[in-house]
Design a binder for this molecule. Sequence first.
Ligand code: FEO
Ligand code: CA
Ligand code: CA
Ligand code: CA
Length: 625
Amino acid sequence: MKNRDDKQPAFSEMIESCLNRRSFLLGASAIGAGAFLSLNPVATALARSSSDSLMQFSAVPVSTADSVVVPKGYTATQLISWGDPIFSDAPRFNPKGSDSASVQARQFGDNNDGMSLFPISADRAVLAINNEYTNYEYLFPHQGSEMTKDDVLKAQSAVGVSVVEIVKRNGSWEVDKAGARNRRITANTQMVFSGPAAGHSLLKTNDDRQGMHPVGTFANCANGKTPWGTYLTCEENFDGYFGTDQDLTLTDDDKRYGVEAEPSSTQWEKHDQRFDIAKNRNEVNRFGWVVEIDPHDPNSTPVKRTALGRFKHENAALVVNKDGHVVVYLGDDERGEHLYKFVSKNKFQPGNDTENRKLLEEGTLYVAEFNADDQELSGKGKWIELTYGKNGLTKGNGFSDQGEVLIFARRAATQVGATTMDRPEWVAVHPDKTQVFCTLTNNKNRGVEEDQPVGGPNPRAKNQYGQILRWQPKNSDHTLDEFDWDLYLIAGNPSVHPDSLYAGSQNITADNMFNSPDGIGFDDAGRLWIQTDGNYSNKGDFSGQGNNQMLCGDPNTGEVRRFLTGPIACEITGLAFSEDQRTMFIGVQHPGEKGAPSHFPGGGNSKPRSTIMMITRDDGGIIGT
Ligand code: FEO
Ligand code: CA
Ligand code: CA
Ligand code: CA
């Protein structure tokens, strides 16, 4: 049965309303929807699309409850939580937090984030799941106030990636602790560099004079999946793990990546000199990469792919272009940073995974520049090549070679005039490969910092709500430099700000509003799933928005419907589907953050724990239909 809300306006009307709101805000006249449509191929294509909603579930209301709420006819169950054993001989979770590093290294890591599912058979699969960081207030009885050497090692063992086999028994998925692929990858796992920066002098350390053998991964935010069966984990806020108590003059590059010459909050440098920025000047350059992992081989060595650039990587959205080149879209999640694209030198060869596994070694990195006329929320854009010797990336401008361009990709992006963005988080490519979406989560510095002017895809000063950008590569060819863009959605609060662009676009109402879109991903039918990492105070600008949540968007109609709400003080992040699309896996990250009163998922007086949840339909149907 179709239950599309007939009151939902057409996409063109939404754009028009959006423009009217913008003109109200800026005191300028708006252009009409007709003009917009004629200018905007993305909207034109959508206007021709089906008007039937893809979504056949009842929206859930906003929530402040300490639970996961899903639509009527759906059930959410727990798959695995921080501290659960992932090997047959691993100890059970000890809520006291007094277990050692060696125990944590055999258990599911903390703060699950991006994840991918790799099918093995109809009733067996492997899940690779990022463990972004850890919560000292729950990890240790002393909450981080008296860090010992083993405590640092325990924190290093709680982050990275967890690889777990799951098996379907009696109709539902569960972790198989005996799974041959089960593995923990931590801040101390041996890795290798590949690509143009591998072996660069800026990557050499006393422990690795070749600059080829980095150790560990952490700050693993979101993810990607390749068609040759590997997992991509993306290193984001790595700077917070480096510090020193010595006097040190930092370089501008250090500062651009957030490194500070003071003791770090994670305190790793106290007991592990690798993280003392004064003693190991280059160690920090060995983080901020996309790491490729073979989830099917627990003995494989993860590979840091330098060709994809070094920044605070959010996720890696990979698409095989129609000519076979592999294109990876990459966001750099920091206020005023950039959006990137990698195009492989060689082409995907179906069935030849030995060769395909080399595709991310060599290619070209680009960064996005967005253009818009003054009053438009759409326009054209281009990808600017970040190749040494081109576009001013020369010795005269401070770059010695391609390795340095990649290691300091942020500086290279500024050099070529890339657009500063409102914190690019996840990118998702529509399954028909014509459109690409990116969450711009929020940016309090927009219109405040001189290099972050209001305009184009970043249309609001002190943007507290975020927006979802969409672009359409010219000729649906992801290797080309040109694209058209618009905003699929502008989050906002129409109850608090009814008459300005802070109300959000017309597809945002008092019933579906939220802030800070972050995780996004498509299912096979082209539903856009939107996860939030926002302000959950439910007050002021955010009143009526409740806990963090997941919504579903129909890219054809623009309709957005809330599908799930999370427990207290969590973020909803991480999305994967079983191959039959009948189980959805989502992540609940840090319920009870900073001591907020959550006891999810155990209830009672239990310690809150980051958890992977499985969403199924009671009638066994496909999620969302
Ligand atoms: Fe780890 Fe940008 O989120
Ligand atoms: Ca995120
Ligand atoms: Ca976020
Ligand atoms: Ca988070």
